[in-house]
Design a protein around this ligand. Sequence first.
Ligand SMILES: Cc1ncc(COP(=O)(O)O)c(C=O)c1O
Length: 382
Amino acid sequence: MSLQVSGDFGPFDGRVWLNCSHQGPLPKVAVAAAHQAVEMKTAPHPMTRAALFREVPHRLRTALGRLIGVDADDVILGNSTSYGLNVLANGIRWRDGDEVLLVAGDFPATIFPWLPLRDRGVTVRFIEPEGPYLDPAELEAQITPATRLFCTTWVHSFTGYAVDEAAITDVCKRRGVLSVLNVSQGLGHRPLNPDEVGLDAISGCGFKWLCGPYGTGFSWIRPEVRETMAPVQGYWLANLTADDLRGDFDYEIRSDLGARAYDLTCTANFLNFMPWTRSVEYLLECGLEHIRDHDLALASRLIAEIEQDRFEILSPTEGRAQTPIVVLRHHDESQNERCFEALRAADIDISLRRGALRVSPHLYNTEADINRLLELINSHGV
Ligand SMILES: Cc1ncc(COP(=O)(O)O)c(C=O)c1O
C-alpha cells in the first residue's frame, strides 16, 4: 500500500469503517481544529477580531482551490452539494422554454434542486439510459435546441460507476449546453480539475471523501458563466465587515464580490469550516494521486478475493470507470440484509443501498480491514 496513514485517524471504537460513501471521518488534525473552534466559542474574546471572519473562509477557499486546481477566489462555500446546485438553479437567467436534462435513477441531490424550475417555465426532462449507465452518445441524442443545461453525478452512489467527465463535457460544449457535475462521491479519491476538463460547474459535499464535518460543501462555477447569473441573495458580511459598524456605512451592494456573492451566509462558520480546512489541507499533504492509488488498491483486493460464485459485483472492476465504491450483491438476494447485519454485529460498517452491499474504503483503511470483511463474508464466514 502506498499510504500508511491509519494512525492519523480514529480511534474507531474497535470498528472497521468501510463506509466513506456515507461519512468520511475527521483526521486527527481536523479534530484538533474543531477543539480550537469550540474553545473560541467557549471564551469568545478571539472572535472580536474582525479579520478572523475573513481569514477562516479565505483559508478554506485556498485549500479547496488547490484541491481542484482553480483560483481560490472562484470557490463558493456552502453546506452541501444541494447548496451549490440550488445557487445555479436560482442564479441562471432562464428563458421561457429552456430545458434542463437529467438522468433517471440519479442520486436525489442531483435532481431536486432543478425541480422547482418547472414553476418558472423551465422543462425538466429525464434521460432513461439503455444500459446501467448513460452513454455520452445517448446524451448527445437527447439534446434539443431547448436544452440549456445537463446535470449528473460524477461517481454514482449506488453503482460506484464514474462517468467520463471529459466525454460528457465534450458533448455539452459542442451542443452549447451547460455541463454540471455533482462531485460528492468522487472528489477526495479522484483528482479533478473542472476548468481544464471544460465543465461549467461542479458542486460537492465536504463530509464524505473530503473528511469534513457534516454540513459542509462547496461549488465552482466557471467565472464567465457566473458573471451572467442573477444575484440569489444579499448578505451583509459579504458587503461590509464588522469593523465597518464602528463608523458610517452604506447599504450598497458591492459589484466586485465575484464568487463570494454566492457563498452561504455565516461564511466564517468556525465549528465546521476550521476542521474542514484542516481535513482538505491534510488530504493535499497526503497527495491526491497517492490517495487514489491506495483506495483503488483496497477496492481491487476486495474484488479479487470476493467469492464470485456467491456475490455478483455490480460496480466497475477495472478501467477508468472504477472507483473505491464496491457494490456487491449476493446471488441469493435474501442474503444481502443478513450479510449487512452480520457485518455490523462484527463491528464492520458498510452500507446497504437498493438491496446491495456497498463497501467504500478510503485512505485510513488498510488491507487488514479488507481482509476482516472478506473473512466474514466469504464462505467460511457469513
Ligand atoms: C451522489 C451524492 N450526492 C450528494 C449527496 C449528499 O447531498 P447533500 O450534500 O446535498 O446533502 C450524497 C449523499 O449520500 C450522494 O451520494
